[in-house]
Design a protein around this ligand. Structure first.
Ligand SMILES: Nc1nc(=O)c2c([nH]1)NC[C@@H]1CN(c3ccc(C(=O)N[C@@H](CCC(=O)O)C(=O)O)cc3)C=[N+]21
Length: 299
């Protein structure tokens, strides 16, 4: 049976470091780390995530500001808010919750966030630093940063000689995850929906990271015996066992059968998800410490 990698425990330890660093900043310069979360529209799942981010920010001792904009917000209005937040000295981190409503273009909004406040790591400056091997001076996308910490719990920091396969190639996750694994000396394959023989590629992986967005797509036969399986999927599916009309979240990995083959596996919920929120707090406190030239905590 595989080792179950507990993301809640790992996230708690990140949160403790963040909370200590936030308190040190406040006692040193009298300023709390400020996180602004912007959400547009009425999607209930997005609002639930944003509320848990705001709650965690308060728990860490941050100045947490939430901007909930109506569905009919225009591109100009949204970009104006981002530019105000860019100029606001009380705000050190800005997150615009994705996806945006269909009439809005997310790319110009993301690129308009000041790189030093871009706690999602999506600005080309931060993505470029990661791609050129500068892991120290920018901000790294929260979910891959959190997934790497979970991988390091099993394999240590140096992944030399290990084959890593990332399924998924998004800017938010797949690309930065691949860059982090490469920087850790893994031999990295990026697979995706157009890859030939996905199961065969995955069976080569000592570290298999799934971010496909399809519930239980990764099956036991895709997993090399003893491999570490990291499930990044957050899929909301019906849960009739909880009552009529109820839902639950489930991963991209068929958990039970893959756990029987894997050496280690992250569950959903309780795996990568809690790490995402913890690393958002970590990025925010790092951004705030940099602003004041204070020591940067290590995660
Ligand atoms: N700009 C932007 N950045 C994001 O990082 C971003 C985003 N937009 N849009 C939506 C996705 C989704 N996301 C999650 C974060 C935490 C959990 C999480 O904590 N999940 C818990 C349980 C959650 C539950 O039970 O519903 C878990 O996996 O254990 C899930 C999903 C961040 N996202």
């Amino acid at each position: 049976m595989a080792t179950i990698i507990d993301g809640k425990v790992a996230a708690q330890s990140v949160i403790e470091t963040v909370t200590r660093a936030a308190a040190a900043l406040e006692s040193g310069v009298g300023v709390k780390p400020g996180l602004a979360v912007v959400i547009v529209g009425n999607d209930p799942a997005s609002h639930a995530y944003v509320n848990s981010k705001s709650k965690m920010a308060k728990q860490c001792g941050f100045n947490s500001v939430q901007h909930s904009l109506p569905e009919e917000t225009t591109q100009e209005e949204l970009e104006k808010l981002v530019s105000e937040l860019n100029a606001d000295p009380a705000i050190h981190g800005i997150l615009v919750q994705l996806p945006l409503p269909k009439h809005l273009k997310s790319e110009p909004v993301i690129q308009s966030i000041a790189p030093e406040k871009d706690v999602d790591g999506l600005n080309v400056v931060n993505a470029g630093k990661l791609a050129t091997g500068d892991l120290a001076s920018g901000l790294i996308s929260c979910t891959p940063a959190g997934a790497l910490i979970l991988i390091n719990k099993i394999h240590g920091a140096d992944l030399s000689g290990l084959n890593a396969v990332v399924i998924g190639r998004s800017n938010l996750f797949g690309k930065p995850m691949a860059m982090l694994l490469l920087s850790s000396n893994a031999t990295v394959t990026m697979a995706h929906s157009r890859s030939k023989d996905l199961p065969g590629i995955c069976r080569q992986a000592d570290i298999l990271v799934a971010a496909v967005g399809r519930p239980h797509m990764v099956r036991a036969g895709w997993v090399k015996p003893g491999a570490t399986v990291v499930d990044v999927g957050i899929n909301r599916v019906p849960a009739p066992e909880k009552g009529e009309g109820k839902t639950k979240i489930t991963g991209d990995v068929a958990y039970e059968e893959c756990a029987a083959v894997a050496g280690a596996i992250t569950p959903v919920p309780g795996g990568v998800g809690p790490m995402t929120i913890a690393m958002l707090m970590a990025n925010t406190v790092v951004a705030a410490c940099r602003t004041f030239g204070r020591p940067i905590p290590k995660f």
